[in-house]
Ligand binder design. Sequence first.
Ligand code: ADP
Ligand code: MG
Length: 513
Amino acid sequence: MLLHIMVNLNSKILLKANNITKKFGNFVANNSIDLEIKKGEIHALLGENGAGKSTLVKMFYGLLLPDEGEIFLNEKAVSITNPKLARYFGIGMVFQHFSLFPALTVTENILISLDKNFSKKELENKISDISKKWGLSIKPSKKVNELSVGEQQRVEIIRCLLQNPKILIMDEPTSVLSPQEIKNLFKVLKNLSNSGCSILYISHKLNEIKEIAKTVTILKTGQVIDTLDTKNVSTKILAEKMVGKKVVKLKTKRSFTKTKQKVALLVNNLSRTKKNLFGVSLNNINIFLNYGEILGIAGIAGNGQVELMEALSGETTGIKEEIMFEGKPIGDCKIDFRRRLGMEFVPEERNNHATVSDFKLNENTFLTFFGRYNINESFIKKMMTSANYSYEDSIEIIKKNDVRCPHENPMAKQLSGGNLQKFIIGRSFQSNPKLVIISQPTWGVDIGAATSIRQQIINLSQNQKAIILISQDLDEIFELSDKISVISNGHLSKIKNKQNISPTEVGLLMGKN
Ligand code: ADP
Ligand code: MG
C-alpha cells in the first residue's frame, strides 16, 4: 500500500476529488464534487452552513465513504475506509469540536490517540520539539482543563503534526479563537505550507480566506460553484457566490439620541460561586445599561457567559440588590416575573433550551407566552380541548420574521438552525420587550439569516429598547454595539464606548485570566 502512494511523487497535485457524491437517504449532501489541492498550497473551502463542507472532508479522513466518485492521492486512486488509514496516507485533521479529555495532561491526551507506540518521556520530548519548531507553544505536563481554547487547538495540531502529515485539514478552526490566537494560527499554517504541507482550510469567514488561502473553492448546496485565486476576487464577490444572491447590507445608521437616556439595567458587584467543577464563578460584575443602547459582551465561550445569562434571566435566583431593572431589585425573581416586567432572553442553546425540539412551534410559543395569558378555567379548558393555543401568535412570528418552515406548524427540530433562530428571536421580540439579553444570536447561522437577525437587533435598539448582546463573534460585536466589554474567567472588563476600544484591545482582554 505504501508503494501505491509513493508512486508519482512528482505530481503537483496532492489530493484530488473526482466526481464525489454523498447522499444521506435521499438527501444529496455532496453532488459530483471536483477538487484539486496542490502540494504545499493553502486551499480554502468556503460555504454557508449546510453547504456540505464537513461531509466532504469527512470522506478525505475516512469517516464517511463516498457513494460515487474517487479520491486520488499523488494521482493514485485510494479508498480511505477509516481515519487510521487516512493518517497512514498522510492526511491529518483538526475538527471543529475538539476531542480531548479535560482531566488528562497534554501528553496523555496525545499518547492515547497515537497510532505509534511511544514512551511518555519520548513523546513529551517530541511534543516539545514540534511545539518549538512551529511556534505552537504548549506545556506538555499541563492538564487540558487548564488550557485556553487556542491552546487546546494547538494540542490537536501537534497531535496531527506528530504523524508528519502531507495535508492538514482544518474544519472552521477560528470560530472560537481570539484575534491574537488567529494571528498565531495563521503564522503556523503559513510556515507549514512553506515547508510543503498542504492545508485544506474550511471557513465561512471571507476576510480570513483572502488573508490565508491562495485558492478558494466555493460550495453551495453540495455543489462546487467556483474555484478561484483569492488574489483576484473581492470578499463581496465571494459572499455573493457563497450565498447565490446579492448580499443585503445592514442598515446600521442609528439615530441615537443622547438626551433622554434612561437607565434600564444596573448590575452592581454581582458575584456568584460556580455551581460545579466545570462552571465559572462570576466576580464583581458591573453593568450600566441605558435604553436605546446595545452593550456587546465579547469573550471566548466558557468564561462565564452562561452563568451571567442565568443570573440576568432568572434561571439562577437568590440574588438580591445586585441586579436592578428600572430601579427595582429583581435578582431573586423568577424568569416569568422578569418577562412580565418587560425583559426577554434568548439563550445560546437553540435546541432544548430556547425551544423544546419535539414540540411544535405553537407549543413552543405557548411555553414562553403563558405567563402573559389569563390562565383561568376557560383558558385551561380551551387548551385541553384544542391544540391551537398560541397558534395565531406563532403564525405571526413566522410571517414577521421570514421563518421558512417545511409546513405550517412544524416541530422545532424540523427547522434549520438559522430559521429556528429567527423564530426564537422573533418570539422574544413579539411581546414588545423593553430589554432583551441575547447570547450568540448568529452562532452557526448562514450569512443571510445572520444579516436578518442583526437587523432585527438594530431595529429594536432604534426603538429605544435596551439590549445586551453576548457574542464570540468580534465582527458582530463591533458592528452592532454602542458599548463594549469583555468577559474573561468570570470578570467583566470596564464597559467602554465603541469608539474608545479596538479589536486588538478586546482580543487582549479575551485572553486575560
Ligand atoms: P457544512 O459543514 O457545510 O455546514 P455539512 O457537510 O455538515 O455542512 O452538512 C451538509 C448537509 O448534510 C446538511 O444539510 C446536513 O444536515 C446534512 N447532513 C450532514 N451529515 C448528515 C448525516 N449524518 N445524516 C443526515 N444528514 C446529514
Ligand atoms: Mg461543517
